[in-house]
Each structure stands twice: as structure tokens, then as C-alpha cells.
Write a protein that binds this ligand. Structure first.
Ligand code: APR
Length: 254
């Protein structure tokens, strides 16, 4: 099997086979084959509507009811609700079952890794999750389905039933501070890895992108799997430009 593979893929597969503490870092590109668009790829959300990226800030959301109403309408029809994990997500579960996955850091908020069967204790969601809501006033949290039901029933900008505060998804928006303990864990596991594999991410959002040079500086090997060149390709031992759903089963499978 291995001798039929293109050389870089065979090299990546043998690096995985020889590793004991693999840290995987995923971005939106691992979920596109599940029907969820990415942000900066050729068909990305920001690529198609650059203004949307500017509007996706916490400040705009808190200050402008129109921005919130539009955000709730977008949440109502999100492809995430019907998305299923794909072969890329499942390949990471296989890697875990081989006892090789040290941690799975994801920038995604779709929880498809957990839905695929990745252990929740190994998943580090650095940008939160869109499947829960967060009250900006009192910190109340819960399943976002409860809020979506209220929007569907006509409350276009649902407020917190405890404090009347603004409700947003439990994701980390631009302008919102990241959770220090979560970022610290992401950087720590990067330094503990003997192999870091970055998948489906342009690696241009910080501080998470720093995981790549941090892992390398701590002695890890680095593999980047992405449909197009990334900002961090120069730090990688192997760069595979292709589809994650095709490449990961070959790289991670037993
Ligand atoms: N296989 C491999 N790569 C893919 C695939 C695929 N099937 N589909 C898309 N890609 C690549 C795209 O070409 C792109 O380079 O995945 C990359 C996704 O990059 P981004 O859209 O920038 O997503 P990401 O890196 O996760 O963004 C980081 O930015 O907007 C914020 O908070 C948001 O978490 C997000 C963060």
C-alpha cells in the first residue's frame, strides 16, 4: 500500500506511524466536505463578502440590534445543524484509537469532531462553540437550540430571561478576548507534541497560528495538510496540498 502513495503522502504516513504524541490543529477546511463553508478559501464566507468579516466583531454585535437580528437569521439557516462528520473527522478518531492523539485543537465551532467520536477531553475549542448560547450580561449559558426556537417564534433579538442581557453564541468573535486557560492549553500541547499536523487552516489567525512555530521550536515535526499554501508552510517538514477528506484516512488510518 505505502509504495503506491505519492512520496510526500508516504512520508507523512510514516511520520504518523513513528509518532507517539500527535497534536492535530484543525480549521474550517476540515468541515467543508460536510457542507460548512470556510472563511478564506476560494468559496469562503469572507472571500465572498469581505464586509461580513468586518461586521463579525463583538462591538458591532453588542451595539447594533440590526447586526444581531441578521446574525440570528443566519444562525437559523446554518448548514452546521444538518452537517455530518466526514472521512477527515473520522480519520482523527482512528488516530486516537491507535493511541497516538495527544490533543485535538480546533478553531472550528461546529463540534463535528465530537460528533465523529473524538473524546471531548482531548478536544480544545479555541474559538468556542456555536451549539451553545452565552448571555453577555450575566454569563448564563445553554443549548443554542433554545434561543433558535425563540427566534423562530418571532423574538428576532432574544434577550436573557434572567437579566435581560444580550444573547450571543458561545463562540469567540473578533474583538472578544480568548479564554486564557484554553489558549495556554493549546500552546502547552503544541510544545508537548512530537508531531504537529495542521489541517484545513490558512494559519493566519493568532495566537493559534503560533502553535506551529512553537511546536517546531520544541522539537516536533510539522505536517501541513491544506487545499492551498498557508502562511506557515515554511515551518513544515511536509506540506500536502489536497483534500483533507482524501488525505487524512491515508495518513492516519492504521
Ligand atoms: N481540504 C483541505 N483544505 C481545505 C478544504 C478541504 N476539503 N476545504 C477548504 N480548505 C482550505 C482552504 O483552502 C483554506 O486555505 O482550508 C483553509 C481554511 O482557511 P480559513 O477559511 O482561513 O479558516 P481558518 O483557518 O479555520 O480560520 C481561522 O478565522 O474567521 C476566523 O474564527 C474564524 O476560526 C476561524 C479563524
Amino acid at each position: 500500500m505505502a509504495d503506491e502513495l505519492p512520496e510526500p503522502v508516504a512520508a507523512a504516513r510514516s511520520m504518523v506511524d513513528g509518532a507517539a504524541r500527535v497534536v492535530v490543529l484543525t480549521g474550517a477546511g476540515i468541515s467543508t466536505d460536510s457542507g460548512i463553508p470556510d472563511f478564506r478559501g476560494p468559496n469562503g464566507v469572507w472571500t465572498k463578502n469581505p464586509a461580513a468579516e468586518k461586521a463579525a466583531t463583538l462591538q458591532h454585535y453588542l451595539a447594533d440590534a440590526e447586526v444581531r437580528r441578521a446574525a440570528w437569521q443566519t444562525r437559523l439557516t446554518s448548514p452546521t445543524w444538518s452537517a455530518e462528520p466526514n472521512a477527515g473527522h473520522r480519520a482523527i478518531v482512528d488516530l486516537e484509537q491507535r493511541g497516538k492523539l495527544h490533543a485535538l485543537v480546533t478553531q472550528n465551532v461546529d463540534e463535528l469532531h465530537q460528533k465523529a467520536g473524538s473524546s471531548r477531553g482531548l478536544v480544545v475549542e479555541v474559538h468556542g462553540t456555536m451549539r451553545r448560547y452565552h448571555c453577555w450580561g450575566c454569563g448564563d449559558e445553554g443549548p443554542i437550540a433554545l434561543m433558535i426556537d425563540r427566534v423562530r417564534a418571532g423574538e428576532l433579538d432574544p434577550r436573557c430571561t434572567h437579566c435581560g442581557g444580550i444573547i450571543k453564541s458561545a463562540t469567540v468573535s473578533f474583538g472578544q478576548s480568548l479564554v486564557p486557560e484554553v489558549i495556554d492549553r493549546a500552546m502547552r500541547v503544541a510544545e508537548e507534541a512530537d508531531l504537529l499536523v495542521a489541517i484545513g487552516t490558512t494559519l493566519q489567525v493568532y495566537p493559534v497560528a503560533n502553535m506551529v512555530p512553537r511546536a517546531r521550536a520544541a522539537g516536533a515535526a510539522v505536517i501541513i495538510v491544506n487545499a492551498e499554501p498557508t502562511k506557515m508552510d515554511r515551518h513544515a517538514d511536509v506540506v500536502l496540498h489536497g483534500n483533507a477528506s482524501d488525505l487524512l484516512p491515508v495518513m492516519f488510518g492504521g
